[in-house]
Design a protein around this ligand. Sequence first.
Ligand SMILES: [Zn+2]
Length: 382
Amino acid sequence: MTYSKAQELSIELIKRKSITPHDLGCQQLLSNLLQEVGFECHSIQIGETTNLIAHIGQGKPHLMFLGHTDVVSEGNGADWSYDPFSATIVEEDGVKMLYGRGSADMKASDAAMAVALYDFVKSHKNFKGTLSYLITSNEEGDGKGGIKDMCKYLQEHNLVPDYCIVGEPSSAHILGDEIKVGRRGSLSAIIKVIGTQGHVAYPHLVNNPIHLASKLITKLIQDLDQGSQYFPKTSFQVTNIKAGSGTENLVPNTCEFMCNWRFNDLQSPQSIEDKVKGYIQELNLNCELKFILNGLPFLAKDEKLIKIVQDSVYAVTHQTPTLSTSGGTSDGRFIAPLGTHVIECGLVSKTIHKIDEKVCFEDIEKLKHIFEKIIKLTLAKS
Ligand SMILES: [Zn+2]
């Protein structure tokens, strides 16, 4: 059986055990292909992380594809039905599935993006604007030497894109059922409530910080908003509580809890911090506060780009994708603050990071066609 270029490249990539932050030559395979049609490719090594930036053309509009070649560990390889780095193809209920760590997240998508760029440039010698391809090998880890450094590089080299398609697995059940047009922000806090320690039998002499913290938490779990056009309501979760020494007759001195907000575009880190401080004042508490901002929310506000991606998905899959902002964060959150409209569009996410990660083999070629269509609708001269 003959496989398409994108399918073959997917297999080659999966066979490389490129666990974060290692790339193991994956990006070389991708840049070899792009160089063939004239892309200028730069490999940028920062510490242990390898990054590839490839670009062609000039001026606006600038459309970038973003991905990563690193994968999370396979866990216990013996738990897998097939060797996680063998890229085994198995027919299940009449559908060919490609097994392997990184098949869904996101090597097959890296391959589909690269081949789409290759095919488009090969058949369109003349197009308007700029095409680029940015791949890092440290997306699943701490990101050191990865996207943040590459954002600086893009700014320094005048390569900040107008539009960015992140090939992360955005589909929920079948290819094209969902695309992500934004992501919620993430803010964590560590809140230490200070009370007065003492003997449990003398309540008038103690000020129980656990009781005080529970009053504060009761306030914090109230809804901050009801959500906006594209975003669900801001959510709040307590993730950890620490208090007491394990002694039953002792009221402790402090109660410390950890919590996180996934916030929408109606909130800001400052508005949430102000709200918390307001409650603390209202309850007359003595607290130590530490806020940790993990990411700001972003939303692709460009209706034209959203329509281009929706139309491209429909043309190939006959699915009109719903526009979602759910789920965790991606490297897109670092590109969006540069003023870029970011959309995530990729394979089905059901098995990512799991034992027996797999993708529908045919979807790889379909995704290649979706990406190629997006490029055509954005850059082809009519
Ligand atoms: Zn990923």
